[in-house]
Design a binder for this molecule. Structure first.
Ligand code: SAM
Length: 275
């Protein structure tokens, strides 16, 4: 069977799990052959020799198993990151968090120390290390699998020496002083929220933030303030702006602003504490 026929035949099996079934079959074929899109389109009418392997992957994907866990790749901020089962798959909305941190950091004359809480695959820390020359990052997570993967990504992009990856529950293993900024995309979903089928394959300790969902966020806000760190930038759930804005009133805040994601949902904030 040709590549073209395979795309047509197997697209049907993915219609219920994705709105781009043909594209996903192409991605699986490229993954199996280790080829790029240009090669694929030049060879669309050629015989495809790995139909059995393709069939196995399509069956797996048809259970809602994420495509990124099959191909072990996800794009973020225009770069290709390595992903692995057991670690959260990067989401495009987290690009806003990187962009906002970058805009503050690029204005700084001296080298700054940034802490990332919950680094996962390392996307935020790796991107900041790539974008800002003078930076030292301490990136923590409670999940050893995440730290292992984040290190692989830092190595892939040549920024391993700029990031200190550490196993830590929030700030527990962070003893440094003079930290300039904390960035975090913490788990922020309420414990009883019913996840969509595809998200169920991702680790629950990367998703659930407590009974209401914003408990971990509030811990991060409080601890950042206690440690006298000036800036805090976090991703949040679409319905958490009001409760967090209320919580900010308990602190001496110089300014704060919320931002929306690509779908116009409230998705995060930048906060500066008064010195
Ligand atoms: C939503 S994921 C974000 C991962 C990555 N930063 C990203 O944006 O794709 C949250 C991460 O926080 C980690 N985490 C959960 N609770 C934590 C805690 N108490 N202290 C440190 N990290 C935690 C999880 O293991 C997970 O990797």
């Amino acid at each position: 069977m040709t590549i073209k026929d395979c795309v047509k035949k197997y697209s049907n099996d993915l219609k219920l799990v994705t709105h781009i079934p043909a594209k996903e079959i192409e991605i699986l074929i490229m993954f199996l052959l280790d080829k790029n899109p240009i090669w694929l389109h030049l060879n669309y009418n050629n015989e495809f020799e790995k139909e059995n392997e393709l069939q196995t992957l399509v069956k797996k994907r048809a259970t809602n198993y994420p495509l990124e866990y099959i191909t072990k790749k996800a794009s973020f901020y225009g770069e290709q990151f390595i992903v692995n089962e057991g670690v959260l798959i990067p989401r495009p909305e987290t690009e806003f968090l990187v962009e906002n941190a970058f805009n503050i950091l690029k204005e700084q004359k001296e080298s700054k120390t940034v802490v990332e809480i919950g680094t996962g695959s390392g996307i935020i820390s790796v991107m900041l290390a790539l974008l800002i020359e003078n930076i030292k990052i301490i990136a923590v997570d409670i999940n050893p699998k995440a730290l292992e993967l984040a290190k692989q990504n830092a190595k892939k992009f040549g920024v391993l020496e700029k990031i200190d990856f550490r196993l830590s529950n929030l700030f527990e293993n962070i003893f440094e002083e003079n930290i300039f900024m904390v960035v975090s995309n913490p788990p922020y979903i309420a414990n009883d929220y019913k996840l969509p089928k595809n998200v169920k394959f991702e680790p629950s300790n990367a998703l659930f933030g407590g009974v209401l969902g914003d408990e971990l966020l509030k811990n991060i806000i409080k601890e950042t303030n206690d440690k006298k760190i000036q800036y805090l930038l976090c991703e949040i759930g679409f319905d958490q702006k009001k409760s967090l804005e209320e919580y900010f009133k308990e602190f001496n805040v110089e300014f704060h602003s919320f931002y929306k994601d690509y779908e116009n949902f409230d998705r995060g904030f930048t906060l500066k504490f008064k010195k």
